[in-house]
Design a protein around this ligand. Sequence first.
Ligand code: COA
Length: 199
Amino acid sequence: MRDISGLIFNKYSYIIQLKILKIFSSIICYIVIRIKGIHIGKKCSFIGLTKFYRTENSRILISDRCSFRSRKTSNLIGIDRPCIFSTLMPGAELIIGEECGFSGTIIGAFKSVRLGNKVRCGANTLITDSNWHLDDPRSGFPKEIIIHDNVWLGAGAIVLKGVEIGENSVIGAGSIVTKNIPPNVIAAGNPCKVIRTIN
Ligand SMILES: CC(C)(COP(=O)(O)OP(=O)(O)OC[C@H]1O[C@@H](n2cnc3c(N)ncnc32)[C@H](O)[C@@H]1OP(=O)(O)O)[C@@H](O)C(=O)NCCC(=O)NCCS
């Protein structure tokens, strides 16, 4: 027997709510993004409002068909916060490839953060190329981050400065990535280490 209530009052009503929210959020985000001098490609979608902050003389470039989930229930895994994308120093760059997905993801670029195509950033992930608090001598210098095509960051993963993650690799939930990760591996933990290779 078909589970009618599961279908109508859960699946379909959830999908319809998201579609309506997506239309309004995407219109608002596209307008705000253009006003802020951020380059955005075609057919990106927003559910809830993503926060963009671009420091003067820095650039944020978002390619086609990326999706941003910022509302708490826009991903059933649970999102704690809206997506926030920022460049924080003149000359900084934040470059995002095509078809990337973000759920409550925060990316802070003081120098350079580059994501390839089809990078999936799970719920509440954080990518930062700096220790922030640059006025504090204990903070050290920003170092660029490169995340290659088809990388998947599990929920709550943190990618710290100077890291490069190779193509197709998966980073486990809650991992803290402090060193480079090669392509085609599953890596996890704190500090994040390779668990196994992907065939
Ligand atoms: C990393 C991951 C993909 C590995 O999955 P898997 O291949 O099925 O691996 P297993 O569950 O068999 O675990 C393999 C080993 O890695 C360890 N491990 C798995 N995930 C880990 C994690 N996130 N942190 C630390 N260790 C982890 C396991 O304890 C196990 O260790 P052992 O061999 O000593 O017993 C998965 O655990 C994970 O974190 N997925 C992310 C899911 C997620 O966040 N999805 C939502 C995105 S919004």
